[in-house]
Unconditional design. Structure first.
Length: 123
């Protein structure tokens, strides 16, 4: 990479950190920070989940996989919307009632400081 590329990368990362710190001052509760105080409409949350599922890495990797192995794997992607609907009707209400915000918070009841450090090293 050239010097200009590195400048752009460093500026982008700095902007993400600064913007995150600025926005985190507006709320002092986890509910507000992670869940936008539950103020988003259902369709915005759904689009966010689908956009996360269909990331740039997915688009790049699936075209390469299709070129190398054929399109048999595409049937998996046709089933994703149905799987999301089923999960939204079964699993999401459970996590909403349990007030679970992140994957790490599901295991926090049986957590120890050592286990927390181990998990933090991976995520």
């Amino acid at each position: 990479m050239r010097v200009l590329d590195w400048i752009v990368v460093v500026a982008y990362i700095a902007w993400i950190v600064i913007d995150g710190l600025r926005r985190s001052r507006a709320t002092n509760k986890v509910d507000g920070y992670l869940l936008a105080s539950r103020s988003l409409p259902w369709w915005a949350v759904g689009l966010s989940v689908m956009a996360t599922q269909l990331s740039a890495v997915t688009i790049v990797s699936t075209t390469g996989l299709g070129y190398l192995t054929g399109l048999r794997f595409v049937q998996f992607y046709f089933g994703l919307p149905l799987a999301m609907i089923i999960l939204s009707l079964t699993v999401v209400p459970f996590f909403t009632r349990a007030r679970v915000y992140t994957a790490s918070s599901t295991s926090s009841a049986a957590s120890t400081p050592r286990r927390d450090r181990w998990r933090a090293s991976f995520f």
